[in-house]
Ligand binder design. Structure first.
Ligand code: PBE
Length: 301
């Protein structure tokens, strides 16, 4: 290339590159002086459409006046959301995601929940065990164990992290059971062994539910049940219990996240109460977005 031509191209590049990067602000690191909305395309990165956190976020967009400011919620999947979050954090870019705990995203990434002064997502949640009517008389041993099943967020996170590291969920469940004999014994103490009775559980393939369903299913297998677990959308999970097509599910995030299904199917299931306390749902951002601390800040900053 002639020297003169090279210089011309070089000068052109100098001119064009800043223009391009100014247009695609999405690739730029977070800037606390610039309006947040325009830095993230007024987009909250969400998960699958059926999740309670998605309908709560739609409510949040309205209650906080974000919708009329062009904010929108993007539907994807947990895997797509966490991979977008991963990439954003690597480049220190701004991002707003739907977040919940227990989940490994809070262990793996420096993220924080945004304050929710209008209490759209509720303060704390618990996860309940829900069984079909009649289970108590048909399969009293399973009923007792399901009724006693409870653990805490740290214990659930241990299983989730292993699965996230690539371990088969059933193997992770078996390892966890082996490492926690005292707690598991609290659930099974004095319960008669059974011999190959079948038991069906349904769940949604969210990381928390993969962990809990695999653990309790394996405990019931150790008791002698032939347990099948089937993943599906949230609404059919509730329907499967209401119609008696399935025996139990351990994924009822309450009072808000699964609250609509709880209300819709009320009277057609038996609620065995919380299997986990101290869950939380909301919007989350990386900690380096230091001036963004409340959902209100999405609109104002
Ligand atoms: N989650 C995880 C679910 C419940 C479990 C928070 C993504 C939801 O319905 O939003």
């Amino acid at each position: 290339m002639k020297k003169q031509k090279f210089i011309k191209l070089f000068l052109l590049a100098l001119l064009i590159i800043p223009i391009i990067s100014a247009c695609s602000s999405q690739t730029a690191p977070f800037n606390s002086k610039e309006k947040l909305g325009s830095q993230v395309n007024y987009t909250i990165t969400g998960i699958d459409a059926g999740a309670g956190i998605m309908s709560s976020t739609q409510t949040a967009l309205k209650s906080y006046g974000l919708e009329k400011n062009n904010w929108q919620l993007q539907t994807s999947s947990t895997a797509a959301m966490t991979s977008t979050l991963d990439k954003a954090i690597q480049d220190k870019r701004p991002i707003v995601v739907t977040g919940w705990q227990p989940h490994w995203m809070f262990t793996k990434y420096p993220i924080k929940f945004l304050k929710d002064p209008k209490n759209v997502y509720g303060k704390a949640e618990h996860i309940n065990t829900v069984v079909r009517k009649g289970l108590k008389t048909d399969k009293p041993e399973a009923y007792t164990i399901l009724d006693r099943f409870h653990w805490n967020p740290t214990q659930m996170s241990k299983v989730m992290l292993k699965v996230n590291d690539g371990m088969d969920p059933n193997k992770a469940a078996k390892q966890w059971i082996k490492a926690n004999p005292k707690l598991v014994n609290e659930w099974t103490k004095g319960v008669k062994k059974v011999h190959g009775q079948s038991l069906k559980m349904t769940y949604v393939a969210w990381d928390s539910e993969i962990a809990s369903t695999n653990v309790i299913a394996q405990v019931l297998r150790n008791q002698g049940y032939k347990v099948t677990i089937q993943a599906m959308e949230i609404q059919p999970v509730w329907a499967s219990i209401a119609t008696g097509a399935a025996d139990a599910q351990v994924s009822a995030w309450l009072p808000k996240t699964s609250g609509l299904f709880y209300k819709d199917y009320k009277g057609r299931f038996e609620d065995l109460g919380p299997n986990l306390q101290g869950a939380k749902v909301g919007l989350a951002v990386p900690k380096y977005m230091t001036n963004i601390n409340s959902i209100e800040d999405l609109k104002n900053k």
